[in-house]
Design a protein around this ligand. Structure first.
Ligand code: SAM
Length: 287
């Protein structure tokens, strides 16, 4: 075995162990591990000077590279948007489109981790939601991400006349604005929860979506949750994830507890619950 093969072996061993633990595909893990190895000159020198594989495996630089690679993979998976170049290209297409193109909208929805996870289960997600809330024509989507791109604006729920989508992420809002040109029911703007709900100007909605939003806030900005107790909608659909975005482990118990506590503290009542793929949804009514 020459030393080039030991570099290859180092890459494979680190990547394979990451694939076991994290929700990453083998090809991406390989790429990210390779990136780290190429930036580890001390390990490359150990590999070059080694006389057997054990010299590599036992060196502290191999262990350091393995730990950096896992960190890199973890942060990669935590990003909602992973392929910025592809997303930019798709947004340009959308900005030039003359009418909504389902395939293009789906491709864009795939560029955000939360909607990507929902794509395989949307055939179950929407009918289950319809069974819980019936026909609805106005929607408020808080922490919307790119969810409006896959909303059925006509058909299942009747006609959606108004869909107000709010999020703090400027990239999501820019994409949704490009879509809003083609979908007049959609209005979107940048919004931070700590601004409260005053921008809504006493408007009432049939349904408020807070999809994969409450557990995020419970972790990152718990003190802001009371600002959502008065969300002006007849129904609230609140969801959480069953599986971690990064590791192959269940987070359902923790997410469910955060949602149940929020509904209780807000003085709402759970009227339906359902599972759709890797997501669970709690629907709360007014009393
Ligand atoms: C896990 S994603 C869910 C996206 C979308 N609801 C879905 O399920 O497809 C959470 C979203 O909440 C937004 N967000 C987080 N904290 C926020 C805050 N304080 N104010 C407004 N938006 C926030 C993020 O930008 C992100 O788009």
């Amino acid at each position: 075995m020459d030393n080039q093969e030991w570099l290859e072996q180092a890459r494979q061993e680190i990547a394979q162990s990451a694939v076991k633990k994290y929700r990453i595909d083998a090809e991406t893990a390989d790429e990210l591990v390779n990136e780290i190895l190429q930036k580890s000159p001390k390990l490359l020198k150990v590999i070059q000077d080694a006389t057997e594989w054990r010299d590599v495996e036992r060196s502290k630089y191999f262990k350091e590279a393995a730990s950096s690679a896992k960190k890199r993979i973890y942060y990669y998976l935590r990003q909602y948007k992973q392929d910025q170049d592809n997303q930019a290209m798709l947004v340009r297409k959308l900005a030039n489109a003359k009418e909504p193109d389902r395939e293009l909208l789906d491709q864009l929805a795939e560029t955000h981790a939360s909607t990507r996870e929902r794509m395989p289960s949307r055939e179950a997600f929407y009918p289950e939601l319809k069974a819980a809330v019936g026909e609805i024509s106005s929607i408020l989507d808080l922490g919307c991400g790119l969810q409006p791109l896959i909303w059925p604006f006509s058909g299942l729920f009747g006609t959606t006349n108004r869909y107000l989508a709010l999020d703090k992420d400027p990239d999501c809002i820019r994409i949704l604005q490009a879509f809003a040109r083609l979908q007049p029911a959609l209005q979107t703007s940048r919004w931070f929860l700590n601004e409260g709900l005053k921008a809504l100007q006493n408007e009432e909605f049939d349904l408020a979506l807070m999809l994969k939003f409450i557990p995020v806030l419970a972790r990152q900005a718990r003190e802001e949750l009371p600002l959502l107790y008065q969300v002006p909608a007849r129904y609230w659909a609140i969801s959480g994830s069953k599986i971690s975005l990064t590791k192959k482990e269940s987070i359902e118990f923790r997410e469910r507890k955060a949602i149940e506590r929020f509904v209780r503290d807000a003085g709402r009542r759970v009227v339906a619950e359902f599972d759709a793929g890797e997501e669970f949804v709690v629907v709360a009514g007014k009393d």
